[in-house]
Design a protein around this ligand. Structure first.
Ligand SMILES: *Cc1c(COP(=O)(O)O)cnc(C)c1O
Length: 376
């Protein structure tokens, strides 16, 4: 049997809630399932305000709108990330300024942020790769000293913490993803944490097509109207119903994934000691959520052997990002601040191993066995 890279875990109230949502008259957004998801996220993350959106991409776009990002404004971010981190700002005319990553976590190297700041810099967009937090104390204090906003791309971060605080709640904004490839899923889906009260009311408006419909629904105004720029960022109640069932099992799903991550880490130590590859690192102040188990090969012929052996055994072990600075879009819309050595190496040498909450120990044994059968 083939072993896929990932597979959603659907075994709780998903079907029941979907049927309930279908039976309700209210199928558009901001009904009881959306409200329950917002409340769940606020409680779980100890966040001031969470709003469901239709994707993490939407959450990042909403952040760029709320910050009034204008043409020429610069946003400092890693190059080793998904396109949405950059595109959300590029849509407003912003310029992504890429900095290199740390070789141990593949997160933006916090020591390279300061040299990337210019008079045009408006924001920093750290990405918590694999659900392992960036070095946020350094990033937040640089942001404060230079009057910059922090927009966390916490797409992979639900349930993970930095010094005990939930990812996505540390900057002004934090965007989560519930895309089918993440730990907790609703097919497509996302949420935005709004951590600065000053943006709370406007966030509701921009998310609701630039209208004060949210106030109307709370009975605070007697009709609603166009008051600001905006777009349509709400998921339907169908999506929220599926998400609520997933959120109820978030701790269990994440714990299972962390156990799988730890088992890989222990079993593969001898493989890494033989050289040519390094395994991931989790700083002590970070609790991760088992989103990705990755390895970075500096010996590319060893990587080719591993890929071939895994694929011959029906095991999917994909690479990850094409670094944004070397992609056609990144070259056109962004620029680099300094050398991108670590990012380029990961672009060539990073592989991810299958991880999903219901991976059996027999399945994981097979992956580990194939890995250990390979020698450099
Ligand atoms: C998945 C992901 C996104 C995009 O999430 P969507 O919900 O599909 O918009 C953005 N950034 C990172 C780092 C991701 O992993």
């Amino acid at each position: 049997m083939a072993i896929p890279y990932s597979k959603p875990s659907i075994e709780g109230n998903e079907s029941a809630y979907l049927l309930e949502a279908l039976a309700d008259a209210h199928l558009s957004g901001d009904g009881r399932f959306t409200k329950a998801c917002n409340a769940f996220l606020e409680k779980k993350a100890a966040a001031q305000k969470a709003l469901l959106v239709h994707s993490c991409t939407a959450g990042l776009e909403l952040s760029a709108l709320l910050l009034d990002i204008a043409p020429g404004d610069e946003i400092i971010m890693p190059s080793y990330t998904f396109v949405s981190t950059a595109n959300a700002f590029v849509l407003r005319g912003g310029v992504p300024v890429f900095v290199d990553s740390r070789p141990d976590t593949m997160n933006m190297d916090e020591h390279l942020v300061e040299q990337a700041i210019t008079p045009r810099t408006r924001a920093i967009a750290p990405v918590h790769y694999a659900g392992v937090a960036c070095e946020m104390d350094t990033i937040l204090s640089l942001a404060k000293a230079n009057n910059l906003a922090v927009v966390e791309d916490a797409a992979q971060g639900l349930g993970a913490t930095y010094k005990g605080r939930a990812l996505g709640t540390l900057g002004e904004f934090g965007a989560l993803s519930f895309h089918a490839s993440k730990n907790i899923i609703s097919g497509e889906g996302g949420a935005l944490f709004i951590n600065d009260q000053a943006y709370a009311e406007r966030a509701e408006i921009v998310r609701e097509k630039g209208t004060n419909r949210s106030r109307f629904l709370r009975g605070e105004v007697d009709k609603y109207t166009w008051v600001d720029v905006g777009s349509s960022y709400l998921p339907s109640e169908i999506v929220a119903a599926l998400l609520l069932a997933q959120l109820e099992r978030a701790d269990d799903i994440n714990a299972r994934r962390v156990a799988i991550w730890e088992r890989y880490h222990a079993a593969l130590a001898p493989f890494a000691e033989a050289g040519g590859v390094r395994l991931p690192f989790v700083p002590t102040e970070c609790q991760h959520n088992g989103h990705i188990y990755f390895m970075i090969f500096d010996d590319l012929s060893l990587k080719a052997k591993v890929q071939k052996a895994l694929s011959n055994s029906g095991i999917s072990a994909p690479a990850h990002y094409v670094p944004l600075h070397s992609s056609p879009g990144g070259r056109r819309f962004g620029r680099v601040a300094g050398p991108m050595t670590v990012t380029d190496e990961a672009g060539e040498g990073l592989l991810r191993l299958p991880t999903y909450a219901h991976m059996t120990s027999e399945e994981q044994d097979r992956v580990i066995e194939v890995m250990l059968s390979i020698s450099g």
